[in-house]
Unconditional design. Structure first.
Length: 235
């Protein structure tokens, strides 16, 4: 009998937003793995920390977060081998993932390498998309409206087209692309209807309209939500 691989969504930052199932599996699994930057602490582990018992084996999946170098396939190949050794020895492995494992989640790279060989279960988590909407007090969509989720890394022309032709948009991965997104929203006259949220559900959470936002950079954990106001009545 092998162990089971669990992909656990730990939510956007507030430890109380973990699901009961995720907490139970963290406490029951012999091995806890989680992503971390090249240097520094893991946010996923920090979120789950109140629920991790002492004495667990921990695997820190250190990956470069440099544009053009993610996903780091050689890194995931290496850690997949390490995780597989525990699974073959009959130990369950819980891999923590910020937000939801399958919404831009790092767990998908572990999943693609190990799920065919070992029993695998994905535990959904509260995504940053839902957390940002709650923080902004801004419903995402209603009735027949369509929501588009787009990365800010898109080419500016493509990004403008996606936003212009969607009822509502969640722009993720803002970071160094903030100025580009702001230009697009201003050009579409949507800057007053766009909510900027960073560090949703965390102690340093910040919510502003894009019109009130200063600076050319945003942290990695930031998002912009926008709805076309003239389309609300048609929904």
């Amino acid at each position: 009998m092998t162990g089971t691989l669990y992909g656990l969504g730990v939510g956007p930052g507030d430890p109380e937003l973990l699901t009961l199932k995720a907490v139970r599996l963290i406490q029951e699994s012999a091995v806890i793995a989680y992503p971390a930057p090249d240097t520094g602490d893991s946010l996923a582990r920090a979120i789950a920390a109140p629920h991790i018992p002492d004495g667990r084996v921990e695997i820190v999946i250190r990956t470069p977060m440099i544009a053009g170098q993610f996903p780091a396939n050689d890194v995931y190949d290496h850690y997949a081998i390490e995780i597989a050794e525990h699974l073959r020895a009959g130990r369950d492995v819980a891999v923590l993932c910020e937000g939801d494992p399958f919404l831009y989640g790092s767990f998908m790279y572990v999943f693609s390498r190990l799920s065919e060989e070992f029993p695998t279960e994905v535990i959904p988590g509260v995504s940053s998309l839902m957390a940002c909407a709650a923080a902004a007090g801004a419903p995402l969509v209603s009735r027949n409206q369509i929501l588009s989720v787009v990365p800010a890394t898109l080419d500016e022309v493509i990004l403008r087209d996606r936003i212009a032709n969607s009822d509502a948009v969640a722009v993720m991965k803002v970071g160094r692309h903030l100025e580009k997104v702001r230009r697009v929203l201003t050009g579409l006259n949507l800057q007053d209807n766009a909510h900027y949220v960073e560090y949703a559900s965390m102690e340093d959470e910040k919510v502003l309209t894009v019109a009130d936002l200063n600076g050319a950079m945003a942290p990695y954990f930031s998002m912009i939500l926008v709805r076309h106001p003239e389309r609300d009545a048609d929904a």
